[in-house]
Design a binder for this molecule. Structure first.
Ligand SMILES: [Zn+2]
Length: 173
């Protein structure tokens, strides 16, 4: 919640941060910091997800995921973007596979945007989490300056209430 002039903004910090990440990743032609996993993480996606992840392994590599087939029905993940915890690798890949299935391989730019969405979301602060003051100020600044208005899915990142509207609610006006 922030005060700006004579209004109050209620900010969805996750949506706002996700949008900022998405724009930044897109502009920077996304070069993630990649962490090599000392022990590869093995994940067992559904067969159709496994297939699409292998099919799109080059695209995944550009997003920091080095994956290869492992034992016929699993994937060995050798590297992942550094902001992902080991435990988040499997859900992230599952979500990427779902999105890639929807976009299909016929639309590489669309597939890339889908991956950017997912990674922007995974790298963003979570709604229910306690965030540090610095992080919150950064997000608030982007919303207050108008730099960030909608999340990548088109939902507003903040709702505002003017002093007048508030007074009306309290029946002062
Ligand atoms: Zn999200």
């Amino acid at each position: 919640m922030v005060e700006q002039g004579d209004k109050v903004l209620l900010i969805d910090k996750h949506a706002a941060h996700e949008r900022a990440n998405f724009d930044r990743l897109k502009a920077a032609d996304y070069q993630p910091m990649v962490q090599e996993l000392l022990t590869p993480v093995t994940v067992s996606p559904a067969p159709e997800e496994l297939e699409i992840l292998l099919e799109q392994s080059e695209l995944l590599a550009r997003f920091g995921f080095e994956v290869e087939e492992f034992g016929g029905s699993a994937l060995a993940v050798r590297s992942a973007p550094d902001y992902l915890d080991a435990g988040d690798i499997e859900p992230a890949l599952a979500e990427l596979a779902r999105r890639l299935r929807v976009t299909g391989s016929a639309d590489p730019a669309g597939a890339r945007d889908e991956l950017l969405h997912t990674m922007a979301c995974k790298a963003a602060i979570k709604g229910g989490w306690r965030s540090g003051a610095e992080e919150l100020e950064e997000v608030a600044r982007m919303v207050m300056s108008g730099e960030v208005k909608y999340c990548p899915h088109g939902r507003p990142v903040a709702i505002e209430m003017t002093k007048k509207q508030l007074e009306k609610q309290f029946r002062r006006a």
